[in-house]
Design a protein around this ligand. Structure first.
Ligand code: 5GP
Ligand code: MN
Length: 338
């Protein structure tokens, strides 16, 4: 549910010191919404700091305002003092403080007023105010809706637009997932009318691959891909040794899972990566195949209907076996309907 515009207007009546944070391993929607919101707030006369639980990937290293982002893991004292000074905490692109790691624990005991802006299902009850909709393609789209609800369209600067467009593009798979709506396209048009160089954002995000990563992808498609025709499912299981051999960094595997869904007839896909001590898992689906149900039932995770994540404390090969067993239960219900 989205908080009433009058309540929101009241919240921002006085100039505030605002602490903005997002989920761990921030992606383009997480960092884009955080920095975009910070730009808008500053134009509106507030002060804002952006604190991330841990590092963001190199392909986001172009976003206006990135140099001021405080990394809790690297500078916990500064992050804590920003939290203590804040009049308002904004939690963007997550709805469970667990997704914010230790920073989330500190927010939970801070007693601060919290505004949550998020589009994931099943929000936890920790926020004073919610601006939440699972219908929104991205948190960046919600920040734009919020900006409009507050009557702040004059504060939507070019820098804010570039950050917010990044989340619109990536969370919609470049405007192709079912979550893309007329509202999403309208906002992309508004941003372009206001000077957004959309092709530069695309290049900055998608055309940054170093040669070792293209070679890593080739290796994965050749040697790590499994196709299960009977379940319309394809998956990749990637051992730690591959990451070391190809010099794969955090963020380099982003989007890898989507390739499995490019295969004809596939409706469910997974990538499992041995990141020791945990195997990190990504799930993607098409249509009404509930990737989030699979993630929450079998791999301590969650997410959206068509994009979810989870983890396993077992070895990669045991995880793979568990995945296949789970598929033999999940498949007949969700993937083999007449
Ligand atoms: P990704 O596969 O890109 O890591 O995550 C896909 C989606 O699933 C994202 O929207 C993310 O927020 C959600 N997600 C990923 N991992 C987890 C998890 O462990 N728990 C929950 N609840 N959601 C997750
Ligand atoms: Mn998002």
């Amino acid at each position: 549910m989205k908080a009433e515009p009058a309540i929101l207007a009241d919240l921002f009546r006085q100039p505030l010191q605002i602490f903005i944070t997002t989920h761990h391993k921030p992606d383009a929607d997480a960092l884009g919404s955080s920095l975009g919101w910070a730009h808008i707030l500053r134009s509106a006369g507030h002060r804002a700091s952006v604190v991330v639980p841990n590092d963001f990937p190199a392909f986001l290293d172009w976003m206006p305002g990135r140099d001021e982002v405080i990394d809790f893991e690297k500078d916990p004292l500064r992050a804590q003092s920003c939290l203590e000074e804040a009049d308002l905490v904004c939690c963007l692109d997550f709805n469970d403080l667990k997704r914010n790691n230790e920073l989330g624990e500190r927010i939970a005991v801070s007693g601060k007023t919290i505004l949550m802006v998020d589009h994931h299902p099943y929000p936890k009850d920790f926020a004073t105010h919610r601006y939440h909709s699972v219908q929104a393609s991205s948190t960046c789209e919600l920040i734009l809706d919020l900006c409009k609800d507050l009557g702040w369209m004059d504060f939507l600067t070019t820098d804010a637009g570039a950050c917010l467009y990044a989340g619109l593009v990536t969370d919609t798979g470049s405007f192709r997932f079912a979550s893309t709506t007329p509202n999403t396209h309208r906002w992309a048009a508004v941003l372009q009318e206001r000077g957004l160089q959309h092709h530069r954002v695309h290049e900055a995000i998608f055309d940054q691959m170093p040669p070792n990563i293209l070679r890593f992808l080739g290796h994965c498609f050749l040697n790590r891909l499994h196709v299960l025709e009977e379940f319309d499912t394809a998956y990749l299981a990637i051992p730690r040794s591959d990451l070391e051999e190809f010099g794969v960094q955090t963020g380099d595997t982003e989007g890898l899972v989507n390739y499995a869904l490019n295969l004809k007839g596939m409706r469910f896909a997974s990538v499992m990566i041995d990141r020791g001590p945990l195997v990190k898992m990504s799930f993607r689906s098409k249509g009404d195949v509930p990737a989030n149900l699979f993630a929450s039932t079998y791999f301590e995770g969650g997410g959206h209907l068509n994009a979810a994540g989870g983890q396993s404390g077992d070895s990669l090969s045991v995880t793979e076996q568990r995945f296949l067993q789970a598929l033999h239960v999940f498949g007949p219900v969700h993937l083999q309907q007449p």
